[in-house]
Design a protein around this ligand. Structure first.
Ligand SMILES: Nc1ncnc2c1ncn2[C@@H]1O[C@H](COP(=O)(O)OP(=O)(O)OP(=O)(O)O)[C@@H](O)[C@H]1O
Ligand SMILES: [Mg+2]
Length: 421
């Protein structure tokens, strides 16, 4: 990668000499020099060019001198380091510059061999702090991610567990209740046949309680209660699938279970409301083998991608009526397949929202990049997802999009040590 160095001196002839003396480095694209003739111009160049890593500056210059420039540099970016150029006799200014945060100094008239050593040493330092910073940022993202995961996961799996017990005893009792009710109904029918004229009092009561209706409705009522408990227990299983806390080692996982449990958790955002009809979920599931992975984390990725798709669809609905949206429905298509060579699987999550400009697409995976309002988006979803897919699973997370064409996010996960279902 080319390193950009800003050289600041009001002696313009020096600019040409620098280009000449370091021409080899410039030709091999190792260094790229840009020039300014005073502090003010230098600040402008730094703000225009975010790539600057090092500033070499003279001290005595018109408009803004080198000392004032160094002072300002600290406010702009602590990662840009400065080297001052001055005559040996000017020890006072050199000391002031160092106190203001300059990294090093070189003397005038310039000894270019010495200057090269100084530049190299300074750049090494800049690279080191940038690498440290990146490591710190990654550790921080991971920390936020695992914190989010473990609190959410513990909560969700705790609640799911608590729900399971009462649901299973309601389910078991319903099973008996159904059998008892059938017995009672049969018994009643027997009575009816044996005693067709039970007397006025019983007939009147039968009418009052709408006995015939009650007898036909009761079995239906029981079967709808059974359906309800079945759904609750599916939700509880999904919640537990979603929040699997096995972060220590990889396990064989059915990716489709992960996607389905995520969809179930997001169901409240997918179904119809008074502003828009339900989002259509189109599943095009391929025949996937079990995949060795960290299921809880992979589900987090599906959650982030599907949530983003829903957000994008909601944004595209702005200004459209319920009928408009119904005519051109919101869709999320989820397609899975084994990729050529059978070494990895791909999960594609595609929406028909507004898509993105090339400029936004370039930044979507950046840490803290968001186009959403404060409180709606933190800009962590995709950078965490990329970390989970690419670093934890050695896979790939990419995006295909263009304005007006919706967006498609593609998760590729290596299958490694698979077991066939
Ligand atoms: N499906 C999509 N369609 C259009 N834009 C998208 C889509 N997915 C992501 N983006 C863009 O990428 C940005 C970054 O997404 P990311 O998930 O990292 O953060 P966020 O959704 O803004 O916030 P967070 O996920 O942390 O709540 C979004 O703000 C949005 O501009
Ligand atoms: Mg998001």
């Amino acid at each position: 990668m080319t390193t950009t160095i800003l050289f600041v001196d009001d002696e313009i002839s020096l600019h040409r000499i620098i280009n000449l003396k370091f021409r080899k480095k410039i030709r091999t694209n190792e260094w790229n020099f840009i020039f300014a003739s005073n502090g003010l111009e230098a600040l402008k160049k730094i703000l225009e060019n975010s790539q600057v890593s090092l500033v070499i500056t003279d001290i005595n210059m018109p408009e803004m001198n080198g000392l004032a420039l160094i002072e300002k540099l600290n406010d702009i970016d602590l990662n840009i380091k400065a080297v001052v150029l001055s005559a040996y006799s000017d020890m006072n200014n050199i000391r002031t510059a160092m106190n203001l945060g300059a990294f090093d100094f070189a003397t005038k008239p310039i000894d270019f061999t010495d200057l090269e050593v100084t530049i190299n040493r300074t750049l090494e330092y800049v690279q080191k702090i940038r690498a440290d910073q990146q490591r710190l940022q990654q550790a921080q993202t991971q920390l936020i991610q695992s914190e989010k995961m473990s609190t959410l996961g513990q909560l969700v799996s705790g609640v799911a567990h608590e729900i399971n017990n009462p649901v299973s005893f309601i389910g078991a009792n319903l099973y008996h209740a159904e059998a008892y009710i059938n017995d009672l109904i049969n018994h009643w029918r027997l009575y009816e046949r044996k005693f067709p004229n039970p007397g006025v009092e019983i007939e009147k009561n039968a009418e009052e309680i709408e006995l015939e209706y009650l007898l036909t409705d009761l079995p239906e009522l029981i079967s709808s209660m059974k359906e309800g408990t079945k759904r609750i227990s599916e939700i509880s299983t999904s919640l537990r699938t979603f929040s699997r806390l096995d972060t220590v080692e990889q396990v064989s996982f059915n990716i489709h279970d992960g996607i389905d449990s995520t969809l179930l958790i997001l169901n409240h955002r997918l179904k119809a409301n008074n502003k828009s009809p339900a989002v259509e979920i189109i599943k095009e599931y391929g025949d996937l083998p079990l995949v060795k992975c960290y299921p809880g984390q992979l589900n987090q990725v599906f959650m982030n991608l599907i949530t983003n798709a829903i957000d994008a669809l909601e944004e595209s609905n702005q200004g459209s009526s319920f009928a408009d949206i119904k005519a051109n429905p919101n869709k999320i298509t989820i397609r899975t397949e084994v990729l050529e060579g059978n070494t990895s699987v791909a999960i594609r999550i595609k929406d028909n929202g507004l898509g993105m400009s090339a400029e936004i697409q370039e930044q979507v995976f950046d840490y803290l990049f968001t186009t959403k309002a404060v409180g709606k988006g933190t800009g962590l979803g995709l950078s965490i997802s990329r970390q989970i897919v690419e670093e934890k699973h050695r896979g790939k997370l990419s995006c295909i999009t263009s304005p007006g064409m919706g967006s498609e996010f593609i998760v590729e996960i290596p299958i490694y040590h698979t077991m066939i279902r």
